[in-house]
Design a protein around this ligand. Structure first.
Ligand code: ADP
Ligand code: MG
Length: 382
């Protein structure tokens, strides 16, 4: 890496490097934009951001993965259609400028180990590595929560992707061997012990490698359905989000909402409860209960929220058939990945069987990643 940095920066004195992790969500899917509970953990696949002040008003950025560079003036931040990957950086800069004023120009080098679009949130890791790196380098008066919020705003408003806050939050706040219970309404959070090695388990992500063309559309549609359901329910109940539904409100929702809205609400209501039950099981060291909640979550995403697909359902079923400790789809759905906990001693055989059976069915093998639960954003030694 040092050689590459030398080539790009000339000399690497004054260059500093930062990295932010991708994430997987253990449970609590499609709940964050309804201000519910989520339980993600950070993973040891990182997005790296190296920078050095350049004493001009220009920002010169290079993406190793895309082999492209791009230059723009700090005074001229504009959405770019030809270099879409620069918009995450530009969005973050715009937010930083609005919050703390102008910052100096710099040269930046980015590179990432997080597969794009696999549901591991390369975009949030990108935003967090950049916003955190800039804060540290230029000693900006921002705290970690500011970083999280402005990164989410950059993605929502500048990039135009309507993500919730989970991805940015865990990329910033992740902690090795812990999952993070986040209440996306209050932003209160709690670290929950999740030391898989002590249970002789491996964290395995199986990527379907499909993104159904309706993916973006499907996600927006679910968000719209959620808004519609909320609007109707507001006629009956004093609520501001689906998260605010209590048991009585939920029962009422099932009477007054048409299908499929009532099924969408059922998923959100029960998924929130499942997150808390899952957390209790972890805290009480009752890992044998975890699979029950994971299976319920997957089935709810399949039949009530309707965001799985043939490939995800196949992997979920095969995972259990081949004796995974637990498995379910993770991320937004319509393709993407499953999360699996697999007993260490059968890891190789399990992966082989999953690969073979998937290939037999769909004609190509899935990608398999074996991960560790990692810390959130930080600086790295060069
Ligand atoms: P994900 O689920 O991985 O977050 P998104 O579509 O939200 O998928 O974000 C992926 C986008 O983030 C890419 O299309 C690209 O614009 C940007 N991105 C990810 N990795 C890199 C990288 N190494 N260099 C430049 N841009 C990247
Ligand atoms: Mg993303």
């Amino acid at each position: 890496m040092k050689e590459k940095l030398k080539e790009f920066f000339g000399n690497i004195e004054k260059v500093r490097g930062f990295r932010a992790p991708g994430r997987v969500n253990l449970i609590g899917e499609h709940t964050d934009y309804h201000l519910g509970y989520v339980l993600p953990c950070a993973i040891n696949k990182y997005f790296y951001f190296y920078l050095k002040e350049n004493k001009t008003k220009k920002i010169r950025i290079y993406s190793e993965n895309f082999s492209q560079s791009f230059e723009f003036s700090i005074d001229k931040i504009e959405y770019n259609n030809d270099y879409p990957w620069t918009n995450y950086l530009q969005g973050v800069l715009k937010e930083i400028k609005e919050k703390v004023g102008d910052i100096p120009g710099f040269d930046g080098y980015i590179s990432s180990e997080i597969p794009i679009g696999a549901g591991l949130s390369s975009s949030a890791a990108y935003e967090i590595s950049v916003s955190y790196g800039l804060k540290e380098y230029f000693q900006l008066p921002l705290n970690l929560i500011d970083i999280v919020k402005l990164s989410q705003r950059a993605e929502n408003e500048f990039v135009g992707a309507r993500c919730g806050i989970m991805d940015q939050f865990i990329s910033a706040f992740g902690k090795k061997d812990y999952a993070l219970l986040l209440d996306t309404r209050s932003l209160e959070y709690e670290y929950i012990p999740f030391d898989i090695k002590s249970k002789d388990l491996e964290l395995v992500i199986v990527d379907t490698k499909v993104k159904h063309s309706i993916a973006g559309e499907g996600y927006s549609k679910r968000r719209e359905e959620g808004e519609k359901a909320l609007e109707i329910l507001k006629n009956y109940l004093p609520i501001n989000s689906l998260r605010d539904l209590d048991e009585e409100g939920f029962i009422l929702s099932q009477k007054v909402l048409p299908d499929p809205l009532k099924r969408r609400v059922e998923h959100v209501y029960k998924e929130n409860i499942r997150v808390l039950n899952f957390v209790d099981a972890l805290k009480e060291n009752k890992w044998e209960e975890l699979d029950k909640y994971m299976v319920e979550s997957h089935n709810s995403l399949r039949y009530l929220y309707e965001v799985t697909c043939e490939e995800l359902d196949f992997l979920f079923e095969k995972a259990h058939e081949f004796y995974a400790f637990t498995s379910r789809m993770t991320g937004g759905g319509f393709g993407g990945s499953t999360i699996n906990l697999v007993p260490s001693k059968m890891l190789n055989l399990w992966c082989q069987k999953i690969k073979e059976s998937y290939k037999l069915r769909f004609g190509f093998p899935p990608d398999i990643l074996i991960l560790e639960v990692a810390d959130g954003v930080g600086e790295i030694e060069l």
